[in-house]
Design a protein around this ligand. Structure first.
Ligand SMILES: [Zn+2]
Length: 328
């Protein structure tokens, strides 16, 4: 029987350990970590292969996102849901204690062909960056396929990449086909298509715990890279005044639209036609919906089902900053 989806959904984080991870998912974002030093990602909302988010609070506790999409698509995703088989967006926090590999993701045409997965366009909102921490995003102007292929062969990709110093609050849109790497010292939230299709081109000369270099995917990466794309920089944005604070449109893509709310009083989020994802960026907020109040601290994520429509959000203290994400 289909579940009634009528409250904000909180999911159990799915933690990923990778060689470049650290401990800030716990120390800064409040996730429960074990004893290791390489917690890299916290998948907050996921419906990908074996990584399926499970509701951890409220009337639907224990239900997983895939089952909810199958059984309650209209309530969860809205009237446009049709026969969608998978939740469309993956939200994760990333702690780059070391550099991530230089990588590229395929688009919706090449994803299925090269990786048996969806395409992957992603966007980042930087939560924290150590002084001098770098983002690598796109190739320098004029770098063509031949030059890049030769650099790949020689293991000298880094000089061809555009880079800038990461700053908290920056939003960066990485369209599928853009070479990129998140540099050491960056903590961010990533919103992306529901995909894990990644082609690694350079891993900074390091080896995995088994003593061997991690696998590179040079052929696929050359096919997936869009050489017509140039350097990528943080997006410019302009806050607008709304009831209870400001609203600042950030990244827009065919897959997601991100907006930052800086709240100093009660405001409204959500829409009846579609789901809305909320991510706490700073301070503590509270969402009042479906007869319940759900806390949204920095580092936490909530999914507002379409069935809730517009709901109230307010800072628990003097102010809170929240990222909202919808599928257009
Ligand atoms: Zn990526």
């Amino acid at each position: 029987m289909a579940a009634t989806v009528s409250e904000p959904l909180r999911f159990e984080p799915i933690l990923k350990r990778l060689i470049w991870g650290g401990r800030r998912l716990g120390t800064v974002l409040g996730k429960s970590l074990g004893d290791h030093d390489d917690y890299a990602e916290s998948w907050e909302i996921s419906d990908h292969h074996d990584d399926v988010s499970v509701v951890c609070e409220g009337a639907l506790a224990g239900q997983n996102l895939r089952a909810l999409v199958h059984e309650s698509a209209r309530e969860l995703l809205g009237s446009e849901a049709g026969t969608r088989a998978q939740f469309p967006l993956l939200v994760k926090f990333i702690d780059a204690h070391q550099n991530l590999s230089v990588q590229v993701h395929p688009d919706d045409v090449l994803g299925p062909k090269l990786a048996g997965d969806n395409g992957k366009t992603e966007a980042w909102v930087i939560l924290d960056a150590e002084p001098g921490a770098l983002i690598y995003a796109g190739l320098k102007p004029g770098v063509a396929r031949d030059e890049f292929a030769a650099a790949l062969e020689a293991g000298k990709v880094e000089p061809l990449l555009h880079r800038f110093e990461a700053k908290a609050g920056d939003c960066v849109l990485i369209a599928a086909g853009t070479l990129h790497a998140i540099g050491a010292g960056v903590l961010l939230v990533e919103v992306q298509q529901m995909s894990d299709a990644t082609f690694r081109v350079y891993d900074w000369g390091r080896v995995a715990p088994d003593g061997r270099p991690r696998k590179l995917h040079l052929t696929e990466a050359l096919e997936a890279t869009k050489f017509e794309f140039g350097p990528v920089n943080p997006l410019a944005s302009r806050p607008e005044t709304i009831a209870g604070g400001t609203r600042e449109p950030l990244a827009r893509s065919p897959y997601f639209e991100l907006t930052r709310l800086r709240l100093t009083g009660p405001s409204r989020v959500g829409a009846a036609a579609r789901f809305t994802i909320l991510v706490g960026l700073e301070g503590d907020a509270e969402v009042i919906a479906g007869g319940v109040a759900r806390g949204l601290a920095a580092g936490q994520t909530l999914l507002l089902p379409a069935s809730l429509g517009e709901v109230e959000i307010r800072p628990a203290g003097a102010r809170a900053t929240v990222l909202t994400c919808v599928a257009p």
